[in-house]
Design a protein around this ligand. Sequence first.
Ligand code: ZN
Length: 103
Amino acid sequence: MNEEVTAELHCSHCDHETIHTLVYAGRLLVSTTCQTCKTQIKHEAIDLRLHYLKDLEHRISTKPFRLWRRFWSAPVSSMISLPRNIMLQPKKIWSEIKAILNK
Ligand SMILES: [Zn+2]
């Protein structure tokens, strides 16, 4: 059973902050859809792992958020299911994650 959450994120297609629909299957974020241009990004668990390892390693190690520490302490289980409370992180972090996923 999927659950939808809306959040303001940066859309690479619109090139500005738009309302997105985030679809969760349990705790796993499966897709992000821009409500303005309808661009959908599917979040593959493997892709998330690779992107995080490659691009966020430095950022995570230098930003001692509690969430990131937990993420780092159990990378395999955490990376494939982004905690919903990542939504509470500053918008800047979300934008960075979005930018990385869009590469
Ligand atoms: Zn858009």
